[in-house]
Design a protein around this ligand. Structure first.
Ligand code: ADP
Length: 468
């Protein structure tokens, strides 16, 4: 028996007489974690969290154990909560989140967490991880770190309703915070014409004319699941859909819904639906819905299951005609979405959001640069060289392209126009993030395509054979 094991055994004996001693239990859990005994460590961290739900060390331990036990749902839940409590300032938690998102092939989120981790603690820089996240074609470490690592996914437009501070019921039903008519519409979304048509037919027309649809036995409201590679506009198009319907947009992050340790999550969810009903027409948007339980990465915690049940009962109780409410779920990993959520009457309309094709990339570039000082050139050449780029990658490309011009302007005071060359150089520094997603997706679409739900992925790959 090793020294560490001996110490653990002695401490365990002590714990028998004083099971509530937090320090001893934490010490045991940390030692168990250090010798990779993740199951037992996790049990001990969980025990502590039941009494001290906001203990940072225990949350961190839970997150790490969950990661090593391949439970990415719990990794995201516990580290997500820790980061919320620390205002994102926990370098290690950011690093583990980055690792979890890489495993989920969500490069966009992985980059954001990795950037934060390294900015907070440079010792956490990890070449292997970085090469998975960023283009290492040009092998120039410096230019990589100044450009790619400084890329922040600063979605200013991302509305966060349930940020810290809305914790009791009164705050939650304070309707002022829900005054959210979306201002973006389809004209802000580049390309994706087929998708817009599908959304018009499947969402907007029924939503605006529920009586017509009901007369012919069709459902108007209900649930829609958007899936596809990260950064390709699921959230963005959901917001634009709300804008097209002139509906309130209520954006729930998984951390908000899964704030289970406050023990209030079911009530919160109920309140959200209540407010949405009062603010109708409204769209509730739930991002990363796969984290609400599912197959391989299902949370082992009964509270998550309870939450899924609560969500299902809220959805089942929705009267679409009167409520004028729609729930849009989004996921990069539809294969992990709890099958109960996909049954008829729930998220039964499933829509694939593909990466932007060449004309779409031209439009996205035009939209993103329309307020910039830029020379007159068309984006055809740039678009042809950015196959596999997501909308978020294009955003990073535009940011990177303008960096040199900004640096120059700082030095010389001369604010020059951006030229094509700025973009061509930036392309070398950005790795298209969607290809990895397709290699995973292809396996599910080929071997686990129940009822043909992933046919669109296969169709996409057939049309783009060189894509992966
Ligand atoms: P997802 O939800 O699929 O992970 P997002 O909707 O958050 O991706 O997209 C990330 C960002 O990329 C958006 O905030 C937006 O700026 C940009 N983007 C993505 N797709 C488009 C698009 N088709 N047109 C314009 N911008 C887009």
């Amino acid at each position: 028996m090793t020294e560490i094991n001996k110490t653990i055994e002695i401490l365990k004996k002590t714990l028998i007489t004083m099971p509530e001693d937090k320090d001893i239990r934490m010490h045991i859990a940390s030692l168990q974690l250090s010798i990779s005994n993740y199951e037992e460590a996790k049990d001990n961290f969980e025990y502590i969290l039941k009494k001290y739900p906001e203990d940072i060390e225990a949350l961190s331990g839970m997150g790490k154990c969950s990661f090593y036990l391949d439970d990415l749902s719990d990794t995201r839940i516990f580290l997500g909560k820790l980061l919320k409590l620390t205002d994102n300032k926990h370098a290690e938690a950011n690093l583990y989140m980055a690792k979890a998102y890489i495993t989920l092939n969500d490069i966009v989120n992985a980059r954001e967490y990795y950037t934060r981790a390294v900015n907070q603690d440079t010792n956490l820089a990890d070449d292997e991880l970085r090469s998975k996240l960023y283009d290492i074609k040009n092998n120039s470490k410096d230019s990589q770190s100044t450009n790619s690592e400084s890329f922040q996914n600063n979605d200013q437009d991302k509305i966060k309703l349930f940020s810290a501070g809305y914790e009791d019921e009164e705050d939650i039903i304070n309707e002022d915070i829900y005054e959210l008519r979306e201002t973006i519409t389809f004209s802000d979304v580049g390309g994706l014409d087929n998708l817009k048509e599908t959304i018009k037919h499947k969402i907007i027309y029924p939503f605006k004319n529920p009586e017509v649809y009901q007369a012919y036995g069709k459902k108007a409201g209900g649930g829609i699941l958007l899936y596809g590679p990260p950064g390709c506009g699921k959230t963005y198009i959901a917001k634009a859909t709300a804008g097209e319907c002139d509906a309130s947009f209520i954006d729930i992050g998984i951390n908000d819904v899964l704030d289970m340790w406050l023990g209030e999550s079911e009530k919160k969810l109920h309140n959200i639906f209540d407010v949405a009903r009062r603010k109708a027409p409204s769209i509730i948007f739930i991002d990363e819905i796969d984290a609400l339980g599912g197959s391989r990465q299902a949370s082992s915690y009964s509270s998550t299951k309870m939450l899924v049940n609560q969500l299902l009962s809220e959805m089942d109780g929705m009267d679409s005609v009167n409520d004028k409410m729609l729930i849009i779920g989004a996921t990069n990993s539809p294969w992990f979405v709890d099958s109960a959520l996909r049954r008829p009457g729930r998220f039964d309309r499933i829509i694939f959001v593909p990466p932007p094709d060449t004309p779409a990339r031209i439009e996205i570039l035009q939209i993103m640069t329309c307020d910039m000082k830029i020379a007159r050139f068309d984006f055809k050449n740039i678009a042809s060289k950015t196959n596999g780029f997501s909308g978020a990658d294009i955003k990073a490309l535009v940011n990177t392209a303008s960096e040199d011009a900004i640096n120059e302007a700082m030095k010389t005071g001369n604010i020059r126009e951006l030229i094509e060359k700025d973009f061509l150089q930036a392309i070398k520094k950005i790795k298209p993030s969607t290809k990895e997603w397709f290699s995973t997706a292809k396996n599910y679409a080929t071997y686990a395509n129940q009822a043909g739900i992933y046919d669109e992925i296969l169709e996409y790959l057939n049309k783009n054979p060189k894509f992966i």
